[in-house]
Design a protein around this ligand. Structure first.
Ligand code: WT7
Length: 645
């Protein structure tokens, strides 16, 4: 197969931040390479003497005897070095007045929030849950937690009260920071009420709630537990002595879906995480902090928002845009209007968003001046070459390199990506591991594959921003990532090399779905479905979808008492609608199945394992594959007949 490639322009090569010397340095001494980056990119309170300690594998320790503070690195040092007047954040609300904060103003506000947290009794090491819409309070709350050494656990504002409760309980949070509500897609949606519902049945005591007023909507207040942000934050001093922590002090916990129903609390620590966050942000996006305006469209509720909104860009001292709303509110040119308004130079988004814009048509971006853009990025799922080329032409004006960045919540930062000015780009491929990152493709026995045979993606040596564990569950950590192959990190993705040695990602090889770049577990949605009265059994698959990459399709066996109702109503009936709503309220809108199919049986192997491969065939309207391992091969006829296909 021949692919069109795009060589870097001469002008770009001249000013590129990344250089081939990085690869040479990392190849000859990879620990030394990361130590150099750590010293060059971060300000340490006390320098480290040891780089990597892997003696307690699979738990790595990087720069362990060094000390620092993440918030000082993201904020204070820019003020101290004379850049206090540089804009840190341009906040663009969905509607209404925009606000901008300089690094000096950001520092004042972060110190006030840090002092407020202390007044609320939060101590170094305590966990703080953050359930806020995209905006300045969310970023500031994360930084304030980092400032006092209290690990934050950000919960995406689109998650339900149930999902929030399990995360608050699992992390043992002492405080929840939230807002009355949020603006999204032209609607005003409540948030605080979900915190009330979560805490009402939570198996946890003495949790305080700090409430930012965003919408002005009415909220219930519990005396002694809840406090308004405006009643405590503005009264605080704008100075605060940051708590200096060890490099391995936990910076945050972020929950992500795995192959079981229970989300995993991925733990990241301070020194190594910040090193790789800053290094990748700088080199992958070709950041020139004095002139760039950077915009990552991810919400801080996801890892992309942690590493490439809060930490990477601020540690590098860049000016960035934070946008609260959706791409279509109030009109489909909204994103491009924002690019023009701020002169955005670097844009980082997800393939699903690009495909959506493609569907809307090029007339929307063409209405705006996008010539400020220099570098474009994508993350979350493979980008199909067609969407890549559209992004390249319509948004990048055929000038801007596109970096297709592969990484995960667990890797903390980008691992595989082209580098602007260095890499000859190949649409659809994430291409090459970054310097200091040892990615390989292996077969099912763990033996390296060097030809073009598809295999499994693994990482062979520790990297600074790797997860340090799963909160409270060291066994699951070892089992999930390190038990498949001895000494190799198992990412859960399929991949292959092409004839040039570039890497193509082939999607998940486990029961994890990727819907609009968000990770969902089949087991989690199945357990939400069977929690409904009407459902006896459920199986969920990710079926390919033109816009969202994958879509949730559920196969459901009903309890006797509901079968007649379902028969009468058919597919568009109330019962199916009620089940979709149920998943939404148990997990959140992103998990709502696109299709729910009522079936009499599910295809199972003799050992009782559901054969999702066959269900995926049905969901994608394909000829059903090999059924010989089914306990009862007539089941597939029943399922297909029931669907009238
Ligand atoms: C999974 C991780 C990392 C932030 C967003 C998602 C898929 C991610 C790519 C890419 C192909 C990708 C993988 C990975 N993925 N980026 N550029 N090309 N696939 O983070 O929720 O932790 O999901 O997203 O399957 O394992 P996440």
């Amino acid at each position: 197969m021949s692919t069109t490639t795009f060589s870097p322009s001469a002008a770009f090569q001249e000013t590129a931040v990344a250089s081939p010397a990085l690869f040479d340095a990392a190849r000859s001494d990879y620990e030394g390479f990361w130590a150099d980056q750590a010293r060059r990119l971060l300000t340490w309170e006390k320098d480290f003497t040891e780089v990597l300690d892997w003696s307690d594998a699979p738990v790595a320790r990087w720069f362990a005897d060094g000390t620092l503070n993440a918030c000082v690195n993201a904020v204070d040092r820019h003020v101290d070095s004379g850049h206090g007047e540089r804009i840190a954040l341009h906040f663009e609300p969905e509607s209404g007045e925009a606000e901008s904060y300089t690094y000096a103003q950001l520092k004042d506000l972060v110190c006030q929030v840090a002092n407020a947290l202390v007044e609320l009794g939060v101590q170094t090491g305590d966990r703080v849950a953050i359930y806020l819409p995209m905006g300045v309070p969310a970023v500031v709350s994360m930084l304030a937690c980092a400032r006092i050494g209290a690990p934050h656990s950000v919960v995406f504002g689109g998650f339900s009260a149930d999902a929030l409760r399990s995360r608050i309980e699992d992390a043992g949070a002492r405080l929840v920071i939230t807002s009355d509500g949020q603006y999204r897609g032209g609607k005003t949606l409540p948030l605080k009420s979900a915190v009330d519902a979560a805490l009402a049945d939570a198996d946890i005591e003495d949790v305080r709630v700090l409430v930012h007023r965003r919408t002005g909507m009415d909220v219930a207040f519990q005396e002694g537990r809840d406090i308004w942000w405006h009643d405590i934050v503005p009264a605080q001093s704008t100075s605060h002595d940051a708590v200096v922590v060890e490099a391995e002090h936990p910076l945050f916990i972020l929950y992500t879906s795995g192959t079981t129903g229970k989300p995993k609390g991925v733990v990241h620590t301070t020194g190594g995480y910040l090193t790789q966050a800053a290094f990748t942000h700088l080199n992958v996006f070709d950041v020139h902090p004095e002139s760039d305006v950077y915009w990552c469209t991810a919400d801080v509720g996801w890892i992309t928002g942690h590493t490439y909104v809060t930490y990477g860009p601020l540690v590098n001292g860049v000016t960035q845009v934070l946008y609260e709303g959706t791409p279509a509110t109030p009109h489909k040119g909204r994103w491009w209007e924002i690019v023009e308004k701020y002169g955005v130079t670097i844009l980082y988004t997800a393939p699903t968003a690009i495909r959506t814009c493609m569907k809307w048509g090029p007339q929307f971006p063409r209405e705006y001046d996008l010539t400020s853009l220099r570098v474009l990025g994508t993350v979350g799922e493979p980008i199909n070459p067609e969407a890549w080329l559209w992004y390249y032409r319509e948004i990048g004006g055929e000038r801007c390199p596109i970096v297709d960045t592969w990484w995960q919540t667990e890797t903390g930062a980008i691992m595989i990506s082209p580098l602007p000015g260095l890499t000859t780009l190949k649409p659809g491929s994430a291409q090459q591991p970054l310097p200091g990152v040892d990615v390989r493709i292996v077969d099912t026995l763990g033996d390296p594959i060097e030809d073009e045979t598809p295999g499994l993606l693994v990482v062979a040596t520790p990297w600074p921003s790797m997860l340090r564990g799963i909160w409270g569950d060291p066994e699951r950590f070892a089992e999930t990532y390190w038990s498949r192959f001895d000494g190799l990190y198992f990412a859960g993705d399929g991949a292959r090399f092409d004839e040039d040695g570039d890497i193509w990602l082939l999607g998940r090889v486990d029961d994890v779905m990727n819907v609009s770049g968000h990770r969902l577990s089949t087991a989690e949605i199945e357990s939400a479905l069977v929690a409904h009265d009407a459902v006896a059994e459920a199986a969920v698959v990710g079926a390919s979808d033109d816009t969202t990459g994958q879509a949730v399709v559920a196969f459901v066996i009903l309890r006797e008492a509901y079968v007649e109702q379902a028969d009468e109503e058919g597919e568009g009936g109330d019962l199916v609608a009620a089940l979709r709503e149920h998943v939404r309220s148990e997990i959140g809108p992103i998990a709502k199945p696109r299709d729910i199919l009522i079936v009499p049986e599910l295809p199972k192997t003799r050992s009782g394992k559901i054969m999702r491969r066959l269900l995926r065939d049905v969901a994608e309207h394909r000829e059903v594959g090999d059924v010989t391992t089914l306990a009862d091969s007539s089941v597939m006829d029943l399922i297909s007949k029931g669907l009238g296909s």
